[in-house]
Design a protein around this ligand. Sequence first.
Ligand code: ADP
Ligand code: MG
Length: 685
Amino acid sequence: EEEEESSEEEDEEKKMLLTQLESEATRIKNIGESRRLLPVYAYRSELMYAIKESQALIIVGETGSGKTTQLPQYLVEDGYTEGGKYQIAVTQPRRVAAMSVATRVSDEMNVVLGTEVGYSIRFDEKTTPGKTILKYMTDGMLLREVLTDPELSKYSCIMIDEAHERTLATDVLLGLLKNIMKQRKSLKLLISSATVNAKKFSVFFGDCPIFNVPGRRYPVDIHYTLQPEGNYINAAITTIFQIHTTQALKGDILLFLTGQEEIENTKEKIEEIASKLGSRIPQLLITPIFANLPQEQQANIFQKTPEKCRKVVLATNIAETSLTIDGIKYVIDPGFVKENSYIPSTGMTQLLTIPCSKASVDQRAGRAGRVGPGKCFRLFTKYSYENELEAMPRPEIVRTNLSNTVLLLLSLNVKDLLNFPFLDPPQISTLTKSLENLYILGALNSKGQITELGKMMCEFPCEPEFAKVLHSAATHPKAGGVLEQCLSIVSMFHETTSIFIGNKKEATSHIVSDISSDHLLYLKIYEDWVSSNYSRPWCQDHRIQYRTMLRVRNIRNQLNRCCVKLGLSTINASFNGDAQMGENVMIAKLTKSFISGFPLNIVKLTSGGYQTIGKSKGGLSVTIHPSSVIFQNQKEKGKKLEKFILYQQLMLTSKEFVRDCLPIPNNLWLTEMVPQVFDNVINDK
Ligand code: ADP
Ligand code: MG
């Protein structure tokens, strides 16, 4: 009897295995079929011929036609990697896109992600040296690779994807590639772009050919509001429920919002309304997608919408062209986007919510017509569309701080910045300001040449300002010996997803009592977590995101490796006379280290409240953000207002807020660390 049972079990097992194999076979077959259905497939041989014939090729095609996922596979299939001798790089402006596309392509090629197909984004690399032949990466990562491999010699083909986004890194790469291509005639360059702007790229690369992949697109009905909307979030939510309750259930909704916070708040509001309506309406599945969405949640957006349910995707403009979500029939477009804007005269970067360009809103509308006829609800007027919107978005290079870029170019020996081949030249005032900033940081000498410190800063996978903090924390006579602490804080600042479960204030209310700054709060959280042996329950107890902390640890390891490699760790250890340093000494050194890295991120208390200390007379009035420990200390615990405060972020929204703040209890520290900036400010009053 026993035997029979076990053989029955065996049979069951075999059957299961067979079903699994069959479903796997079907899956592969389906993937193969869906690959052949994509618009680019019909042009495969023409495309490959065009690539063979020209060193540079611009590829233009409707979003979703298969440029990103298919073209690189064609290159692999046609032997461009020469049996693994070379790799193929595909750049993306956004981290999430690089990861998600690499995942999809590894699936299509039926390999494990991180083997033949991998991705590389800052602080997270999933590749196998010697094995990876197709690498999706952020444009910023490829730019960093130029530092160690100026001719990008390990690649036979480079595809600059989403070039129309015109990120700073993409623009600089294009300039560098122009020279690299002269050195390496066998290198193939593909530039893919949404429909706009293709001609400009072609002209830039000596009138290289433009290949058009005609896409299929169904008609999209466009609706405008009759009056401008006062509150576009409410208007958008109303529209969602109108669609949901009046239109047939088949057809998902895509709503474009401006950022993570807005997306999370809107999600909450929609869910609240939906739960009130309960079973009176069909279920809604709300899936957010933004650049810093944690990896574990990314797969959700591509999940097939369950029966009797409608999916609502809340997306930033990442869903405009870089990611294609199937099944969208309705697009709701408030017409706004968040954009960095740098003001050279004050040296400040503002993150502003501004109206989208015409090109953007047209792209967005197109998302509704991929699977069938669709509808787009624009939450602005037809008049505004026709008369007020800019034609194109402004490229990042003309509206951003260029310190990183200038430092990178100088370390690549590009001495004549004004004659570097920029697709659009940056403003001279921005370049000058960058040189000035780099000089203040000690990255350049008074002749504008890069210093040893400057070269060191380039080695760090973080902004030069943070690199300077770490450098001072390890080596400065008045600050050295606090490298470990600064590494923890800097790593916490680099993790862009929220560390807290729920809001920061609630999560930290019990820790905050005797802490004087956000920097020390982050330090304490990190150190307590380390003491708990990186424990998950500790995170739960303290309302801290465990996965986020794991990423922070990973970032810290990488920054630490860099410090060891550059010898900073050894110098830091030589301050061991201070090993027993008290809390106050530690805080003073840490504060000084941050001053040396961010001497321009300082606000001063005046009769009219806090003001920035820009060179121009009368700084900008700012308010300390309510999420800051300092806000709580001052407003809620009645502690005295600090005269000087260093901030990590300035947000210009309804009010000018400074975020992540560190008080500077002693003016002398400012002059001690950065006399060239502060001698005037302090003596002023
Ligand atoms: P393009 O780059 O031309 O915009 P893509 O190559 O990104 O087009 O997308 C081609 C198709 O692949 C899309 O229509 C979509 O159906 C599918 N696809 C892409 N990424 C994923 C993913 N992560 N999961 C599921 N399907 C995907
Ligand atoms: Mg694409």
